[in-house]
Design a protein around this ligand. Structure first.
Ligand code: MF3
Ligand code: CO
Ligand code: CO
Length: 295
């Protein structure tokens, strides 16, 4: 049963994901019958729904993120020093009256994450020169007029090996399948299920330690969006939610370790890892990407 308007129907499945009817679950535990869905999600999950003006703000930030990623993509070639990606992202962002969210975030030293080969995420740009056959992920988060948008892509450098081709293709398709699950009434578990199923059916593995996240007013908001899970489990999606999906998929096992810089996450077995990320809005009928690109 679907909820009517912005009120939770007493006979609808409880949005807390318990599987019980709302009236047999949270309705009796402090959520007034007529409590609107927005306050329920705020109180129970700390999820802040976005209104029209908020969405327009995040969409604008998202456009800038995508322009930035397009510029980066055009410069990817063997010999490129990853610090050059950082300086381009930093300068382009600031020139557009925006702020690169990663810089000084919890001590992160650069304006963008650049993750090569077995680096899963949070790679720090530096003196490394990309070489033919590498894969490189570039993760851009931009703050424009107070709104955050977050997206990343993985690229092949020069001519990819069969392995490099495979891991990037599996990661890309897993995000595509995950986005297809985003609609009111589906759950956060449906998203993780779609990713995990695709990755594991292709003999790849899903990283557990890093997850997608609510985004917009802040870099990382509630809820967490795991990239693994079971159909029908977890919080039900409702219009106005904005979150990222950003599956990190490994060619080998899913264990990781963090380098001595306290940031760089690498696969324990040294296998390749790839990732794609978009910022998504749940709409009345489905979803809209606020950082759109073809998958
Ligand atoms: N952009 C990453 C994400 O998708 C977070 C990077 S945190 C940083 O959530 F400090 F490394 F930038
Ligand atoms: Co993110
Ligand atoms: Co990101």
């Amino acid at each position: 049963m679907k909820n009517k308007g912005n009120k939770i129907s007493r006979n609808a499945p409880c949005p807390c994901g318990s599987g019980l009817k709302y009236k047999r679950c949270c309705a009796g535990k402090g959520a007034p019958d007529a409590m609107d869905v927005a306050s329920f999600y705020a109180r129970k999950y700390n999820i802040r729904l976005k209104n029209k003006a908020d969405v327009e703000g995040i969409r604008k930030a998202g456009r800038l993120v995508m322009e930035t990623l397009d510029l980066v993509e055009a410069m990817i070639e063997p010999g490129l020093i990853t610090e050059r990606i950082n300086s381009l992202v930093h300068k382009f962002t600031v020139k557009n009256n925006a702020t690169p969210a990663p810089l000084h975030y919890r001590g992160f030293p650069k304006s963008v994450c650049v993750s090569v080969n077995d680096v899963i995420c949070h790679g720090i740009p530096g003196p490394y020169a990309l070489k033919d056959g590498d894969i490189v992920n570039v993760d851009v988060t931009t703050i424009l007029d107070g709104y955050y948008a977050d997206a990343n892509k993985s690229f092949w450098v020069g001519t990819p090996s069969a392995e490099a081709r495979k891991i990037v293709d599996v990661a890309r398709e897993s995000l595509k399948r995950a986005i297809a699950m985003v609609q009111p009434g589906n759950t956060i578990g449906d998203i993780g299920w779609a990713i995990q199923t695709w990755a594991e059916d292709n003999d790849c593995s899903v990283v557990r330690e890093f997850v997608g996240h609510g985004v917009g007013f802040d870099f990382h908001e509630s809820p967490q969006i795991p990239h693994f899970g079971r159909r029908g489990q977890g919080i039900e999606m409702i219009p106005g939610m904005v979150f990222t999906i950003e599956p990190m998929i490994n060619l080998g096992g899913n264990s990781l370790r963090i380098l001595r810089d306290d940031w760089t996450a690498v696969t324990r077995d040294g296998s390749l890892s790839a990732q794609f990320e978009q910022t998504l809005l749940v709409t009345e009928n489905g979803c809209e990407s606020l950082t759109p690109f073809d998958l």
